[in-house]
Design a protein around this ligand. Sequence first.
Ligand code: NAP
Length: 298
Amino acid sequence: MTTTRPRTWLITGVSSGFGRALAQAALDRGERVWGTVRSEADADAFRALAPDLARAPILDVTDETAAHRVAAAVEADSGGMGGGGGIGGGGIDILVNNAGYGLVGGVEETSLADARAQFEVNVFGALAMMQAVLPYMRGRRAGHIVNITSVSGLVGWPSLGLYSGSKFALEGITETLAQEVAPLGIKVTMVEPGGFRTDFAGRSRKRSAADTDRPDLAADYDATVGACKRILASHAGQERGDPARAALAILKALDAETPPLRLLLGEDAVGYATMKLTRQLADIEAWRAVSVDTDFQA
Ligand code: NAP
């Protein structure tokens, strides 16, 4: 069973990629979208997609105060707090934490400053948005929080350790939140894409600052970190995943009467996740006797 009532969305990072594709798909259905951007030019371009339905607040998700200000403004403008002089609606129905980037660098070569910056955006930025929106959703006993994590939130690869770490962290927070807010009528879903053709492999891929300064590490890590960096570079722009089809898949999942806690996107994501879970289960079984033998012996 699906719902067809026009909904009100707040999506972070709609200048390109998944955020833009999802916003476009929702606008195509006549739904209202507040999509955050980081420049006036991107705001103009986003509003132009559907002047009656699209709004584009400026937000860097690392600014916690601004996250709360944007959530309050969207609630006020969409009528969530009564009235509403803007484009209408009844407050934020769906928050999509999409804004993010990928830090590339081996674990040893990555500076702590780069690692912290990665977590500031991918983890704490999303957390700030959830904390900003939850009071309104709790008040209505309704709403859906959607976090774009990654198959890298389930599986680690050489050269993507800190990106993976940030997405694993977001998965842990999200899985927990789902249990905490289910009794309050709020749904939670993680979207775990594999490789998709967005700007992610271009301007949203940051190389660790230390990355090029450590020739001393090059030989030892060439077969692992180096090889994976070369694979990432060769795949850029050739990814199999189509963001427009991803957007339709996300809409389908969110429309469902019982939306999934996790939605993998892409054949590669399904393959890697299955391989990971199969190996993990095999490890659990192989070491079960040792694992369970640690309880106090009565
Ligand atoms: P994208 O086209 O480069 O879009 C990234 C978006 O995030 C842009 O709108 C960017 O805004 C925004 N953003 C980045 N840092 C921000 C910040 N501090 N504050 C506010 N907005 C910020 O890449 P994408 O693939 O669509 O990425 C979207 C999400 O998908 C990310 O969370 C990424 O980790 C995830 N993902 C992507 C893939 C993939 O293969 N594409 C796979 C798995 C997961 P600006 O334009 O202002 O920079």
